[in-house]
Design a protein around this ligand. Sequence first.
Ligand SMILES: C[S@@+](CC[C@H](N)C(=O)[O-])C[C@H]1O[C@@H](n2cnc3c(N)ncnc32)[C@H](O)[C@@H]1O
Length: 250
Amino acid sequence: MADTNRYGPLAARVYHLDKPIGRSFGDIEYYAERLAECPGPVLEPAVGNGRVLIPLLERGLDVRGVDTSAEMLAHCREACATRGLSAPLERQGFEDFSSALAFAAIIVPAGSFQLITDPGRARAVLRRFRAALRPGGRLILDLEPLSALTAPPGAARHWRDGDELLTLTEQRVETDPVRQTTCSQLRYELWREGMLVATEIDLFALRFWGILEFELALREAGFEAVEIAVDYRRGAAPSAQAGMFTFEAR
Ligand SMILES: C[S@@+](CC[C@H](N)C(=O)[O-])C[C@H]1O[C@@H](n2cnc3c(N)ncnc32)[C@H](O)[C@@H]1O
């Protein structure tokens, strides 16, 4: 759906203000540690503005990205250029990315895999990831816990950028406990001198997975040796308080 999970111009600008390059939730250090000494190449689908990709490039890793949002990719390209870095970046999605390379690792931080809300399509993407990995290659991917399905929508937020004000309000449209999905209206506004100058609406849909359900989906796609880290700690037991699960599968 063209109006869903679009990350248009205002959404991309807000993402870049709210989650600039290097802003870590513990994930950047975790992914950097997991990929240390990874011979590359590494692919980050849904690379966004390069929040994670750029710190990995700065650590000398061979990382490239794809994303469906031209605006998010534009932020990423600009951030690479201002740092004198270069990485192949393509406008492609989870379902249609292509590469002549076989990857040593594919990473999907920030719960972006949950943007695929149809479980059949998500399972096909897992098979696609596996086919794009070289033998012994790794998929490392974050998922928010199933408990977040019923979490209340975020409060209204705003960001100042020079003399401009950007606002974001979220209204939950649907929480579907059978499909394990949520859909919200994200309304972005750009204000200058108290006047509304632009607005953008994005339907934002996510799917939430059970831990065992996702592990079985990984195994069905041909992955083995599935490990789960909790809040970026390896060996920790999943608990009801956990905020993020990171799956690593070979
Ligand atoms: C939460 S951001 C994550 C950005 C970055 N990976 C990070 O960790 O900060 C999600 C990204 O997914 C992208 N996206 C949405 N649907 C996609 C799809 N079907 N295929 C690839 N990327 C997609 C959006 O454009 C956006 O840049």
